[in-house]
Design a binder for this molecule. Structure first.
Ligand SMILES: [Zn+2]
Length: 273
């Protein structure tokens, strides 16, 4: 008989009431044995009434809109970089070989860490904004943008997003926030938030959405505003100026030790002429 010992790390910010279960599972991809501790925790009180919407993507990992029309963006560049790097390394190795699996494991751990950084920060922002409900657009839009050198299959391509949604769900629940991910994104990325026109050609390169009505916005900002409107049947509006929001956009970069504060609050990214 072989003896196996585990070191279980827990999240210091979460107090748990009791241990419910310890499960030990074999991870097929990494070839490792993993232990999971299932604990019961107390959820935080939440008497907020606010709403938020999230658009998931690659270059911009999350574009998040609040009721006031303000938007925060979390850059996906570091995650994209890491995935590309490890894919290049893996390309020279035999699939499912020992070293291939080790690399897959390292990649997974690095990505998961960054997803924790982003989701924890966003849930705290939601608490600060008095958010009680979050909707997330579905993953259909993400399929379009596969441009990795190595042909990735769909399952591998979307796993960070599934992971991210799961993190938002459980972290949201701990903060007393309901998280839904069943909103049909449909044509939200090609619809103009200002005039409602649906034009595929409006989605210009470099991530800018430009409409003939004069509306110009970062494409992910436009997408998030539309997902909000679709989910809640009302547009996030700042002030009484009507339907067209002029959101202040704050972009965050992800780092290993947390979210980097933006150098400047960029309002020029979203403006209606
Ligand atoms: Zn328009």
């Amino acid at each position: 008989m072989k003896q196996v010992s585990f070191r279980i790390s827990h999240r210091p910010e979460i107090e748990y009431e009791r241990v419910r279960e310890l499960s030990i599972a074999y991870d097929k991809v990494s070839g490792r044995i993993e232990a999971r501790l299932v604990v019961e925790v107390k959820t935080r009180e939440n008497d907020g009434t606010g709403k938020a919407a999230v658009d998931l993507g690659e270059t911009v990992l999350m574009a998040c809109t609040f009721d006031d029309g303000n938007v925060i963006l979390y850059s996906g560049r570091l995650i994209k970089c890491i995935r590309r790097y490890w894919q290049k390394v893996r390309a020279n190795l035999k699939q499912n070989s020992r070293s291939w699996k080790q690399i897959a494991h390292r990649e997974k751990k690095q990505i998961e860490h960054l997803l924790h950084v982003a989701t924890s920060h966003f849930i705290e922002e939601c608490v600060r904004h008095g958010v009680k409900e979050i909707v997330i657009g579905n993953l259909n839009g993400i399929r379009e943008n596969i441009d990795y050198g190595e042909q990735l299959n769909q399952r591998l391509h979307v796993w960070p997003y599934r992971k991210l949604i799961n993190m938002l769900k459980y972290k949201g629940e701990l903060a007393g926030i309901l998280v839904r991910d069943n909103v049909d994104e449909g044509s939200t990325s090609i619809t103009c938030h200002a005039c409602g026109k649906i034009m595929a050609s409006n989605r210009r390169h470099r991530g800018l959405y430009v409409c003939s009505c004069g509306f110009k916005a970062q494409a992910d900002v436009n997408g998030a505003l539309n997902i909000y409107e679709r989910a809640y049947k009302v547009s996030p509006v700042k002030g009484s100026s009507g339907r067209v929001a002029r959101p202040a956009v704050v972009s965050y970069r992800l780092g290993w030790h947390g979210v980097a504060e933006p150098k400047h609050r960029d309002k020029t990214l979203c403006a209606s002429a």
